[in-house]
Write a protein that binds this ligand. Structure first.
Ligand code: NI
Ligand code: MN
Length: 222
């Protein structure tokens, strides 16, 4: 599969006919690596309702007809705006045409009344990708890693709203993925972080995990 970092927490994962887009924050993102109008996903995964995650989901979803997979409350809001949605909740899993999606907990705000923030462990080509969404560190990441052997871990390092570098290194130690890619940093002044520092600290503590730093627009063949 091809994994493209679009900036902030947004990734597009492509495999065959499937284009899975996560948290498409492009318009208004100074580091965005794509224009919303250039994307034509088959599925959109939204971790929570904050604007730096829902971003262009409404426009992209309406134009492409992509199925939006997200939490129940956010799905309700988007359904009313005419998007095609599949509502889920933390702890639940579902088999989609591209693979299974499990909704994971996140410690953060929901961005929508009554909702909960989330992350996803989803499978594409049988490989497990864990996108944490915005979250602080929590030790049940260890439990999740027992349930699903994580191949690719997408983890925030920007601090202030999410884990910073040191907590993210502990998260990598809990999850023990094959590859980790840092996200949610350097988009705004409040979330400045040095990904090279993250890389050094992961390599020292979890040498079996490979750290791949992607600039917005860069892809990884995985
Ligand atoms: Ni957020
Ligand atoms: Mn955020």
């Amino acid at each position: 599969m091809k994994v493209t970092f679009l900036g902030h927490s947004s990734f597009q994962l492509e495999s065959g006919a499937f284009r899975v887009l996560v948290d498409p924050f492009l318009s208004g993102n100074p580091k965005a690596a794509a224009k919303a109008s250039d994307l034509n996903p088959t599925h959109i995964l939204l971790t929570h309702g904050h604007g730096d995650h829902t971003g262009d989901a409404e426009d992209i979803g309406r134009r492409s007809g992509a199925l939006v997979i997200t939490t129940f409350e956010l799905a309700g809001v988007l359904e009313e705006k005419g998007l095609k949605t599949h509502p889920m909740a933390v702890g639940g899993g579902h088999d989609f045409d591209f693979g299974r999606v499990r909704v994971t907990p996140a410690f953060h705000g929901a961005g929508v009344p009554g909702g909960s923030p989330a992350g996803f462990i989803f499978r594409l080509e049988g490989k497990a990708v864990y996108h944490t969404g915005d979250t602080g560190l929590f030790s049940d990441m260890k439990l999740l890693a027992q349930l699903e052997k994580v191949d690719l871990f997408l983890v925030p390092i920007g601090d202030n709203y999410t884990m910073g570098i040191d907590d993210a290194v502990v998260a990598v130690d809990f999850v023990r993925p094959r590859v980790v890619v840092p996200m949610h940093y350097n988009t705004f002044p409040l979330i400045q972080a040095d990904p090279q520092e993250f890389k050094r600290k992961v390599e020292a503590r979890v040498p079996d995990t490979k750290v791949v730093i992607l600039d917005p627009g860069q892809s990884l063949d995985f």
